[in-house]
Design a protein around this ligand. Structure first.
Ligand SMILES: [Zn+2]
Length: 445
């Protein structure tokens, strides 16, 4: 008789090998393969499973266990079933091998986030097998296209099949493994209650064309753009040390002087110097809106002084920083060169957050403490974007909720998201199975 961990391992291997690689093109993804794998695994007499295709090949699925009490709260456990591309260069194994080596399953998606999706599915299967009859309705969904804005997955289902996926609370990716920084009190489990917004800006820098052989005092757009890039990179935006950041630092119970340094306007940036850089990067991004100039295009020919340059900036916003605030910060960063740039395009997705006093959050706290031996939940903001935002916009609280063993060190964990040698250990699968099964029972029974 295979154990739940065996089943999760097997399902994870199949889904990695299905290679539902989403490169952003509508014809990529092929999530119909993973949607059908999940459907086939969960199928049984009387089991209500729906398959969706928002676009040829872009499959999502939803399973429903109808509750007996219409007034009881309902829950959506949601995992995405697409993965980002993987270049085999630099990997120790084939990125789509799905091999089980020394208790770890290797392959693209093992962490982000097929491990969560499959452990949710195996927990649901266990409940189905025992004929569990909850008071509240449980929905489990495998979503396409999370890795490219969710157009063909969560956004499609929220816009077109709302009755199939609506719930009083949503659980999805992801929590974080324990931080390798000493804290007071018991163990901590970092869960995600909100995410930063994105505000992508294209800036055009103007100049005057001329001959490259006589550069003296020319109005060279590329040279100006280089200065603009440097100013944006060196810009220190206003810190937002209250609200979500303060809540995170306080709940972490860091030792002194780290705890007060991370909450001090004057000391914040010096304090980061004493933190391992991978973690400092996350802390820094959590405490303010960030600006990363990532693309610069200019020039047509080696002997022509360019009259324009275009800079693309990846800006990630904290709550409250939207269009007008972002433009004001850009103006401040660019200073006296502001007159010579124009904003060409802007693409904005505001930050979103869920309350930490929702009834589901109390259940998450008590179940996490059981599964992770007394661990307390630490609410955090993720710097990336997930499908949660579609539900938060509808007023539904959504959380990144998962647990990990300490077999994979934090530093390596962070580099594996969209990076090389992605894998998950079976002890983490066991913890997740426990977490999702117990949460469904506690919230819905
Ligand atoms: Zn993900």
């Amino acid at each position: 008789m295979p154990t739940p961990v065996d089943e999760a391992t097997d399902l994870l291997q199949t889904m990695i090998r299905n290679q539902c690689v989403n490169d952003g093109r509508p014809e990529s993804g092929g999530e119909v393969r993973n949607a059908q794998t999940l459907g086939a695994y969960l199928a049984g007499p009387g089991v209500d499973i729906k398959q969706y295709q928002s676009h040829p090949g872009r499959g999502s699925m939803a399973l429903r266990i109808e509750g007996s009490d219409k007034k009881a709260p309902s829950l959506l456990m949601m995992g995405h079933i697409d993965v980002v591309p993987a270049d085999p260069n630099g990997w120790k194994r084939d990125p789509f091998c799905g091999d089980l080596i020394d208790g770890e399953i290797w392959g693209r998606g093992a962490l982000d986030m097929l491990s969560i999706t499959v452990t949710m599915a195996v927990a649901v299967k266990k409940l189905l097998r025992e004929g569990w009859k909850p008071k509240g309705t449980l929905v489990f969904s495998g979503m396409a296209d999370e890795e490219a804005l969710g157009t063909w997955g969560a956004k499609y289902l929220v816009d077109n099949k709302w009755d199939d996926v609506k719930a009083d609370a949503v659980l999805t990716e992801s929590g974080e493994p324990p931080l390798p920084i000493p804290t007071k009190g018991g163990p901590k489990a970092i869960m995600v209650v909100g995410e930063k917004g994105s505000h992508w800006v294209g800036l055009k820098v103007n100049g005057t064309p001329g001959h490259g052989s006589i550069p003296y005092k020319t109005d060279n757009a590329l040279v100006k753009a280089a200065e603009v890039v440097k100013r944006i990179a060196n810009y220190q935006p206003k810190l937002h040390l209250d609200g979500a950041w303060r809540e995170f630092v306080t709940a972490m119970q860091f030792e002194e002087p780290l705890a007060s340094g991370l909450l001090s306007e004057a000391g914040f940036r010096d304090t980061l110097d004493g933190v391992p850089v991978g973690i400092a990067r996350l802390f820094d991004a959590s405490a303010h809106t960030t600006f990363s100039p990532n693309i610069l295009h200019s020039g047509q020919k080696t002997n022509i002084v360019p009259d324009s340059a275009v800079i693309q900036i990846d800006i990630r916003t904290v709550p409250g920083d939207e269009g007008p605030q972002v433009r004001a910060m850009l103006r401040e960063a660019i200073g006296d060169l502001w007159e010579q740039v124009e904003i060409m395009d802007e693409d904005s997705n505001p930050a979103s957050a869920s309350k930490t006093d929702a009834p589901i959050f109390k259940v998450m706290q008590s179940v996490t403490a059981k599964v992770m031996k007394g661990a307390q939940i630490v609410p955090s903001f993720t710097v990336g974007a997930t499908d949660s935002r579609f539900f938060r916009r509808k007023g539904v609280p959504a959380y990144g909720y998962s647990v990990y063993s300490s077999n994979i060190p934090f530093g390596e964990f962070m580099t594996m998201f969209h990076g090389r040698n992605e894998r998950i250990d079976q002890e983490s699968l066991r913890l997740m199975l426990d977490l999702y099964e117990q949460t469904a029972r506690a919230y819905l029974s």
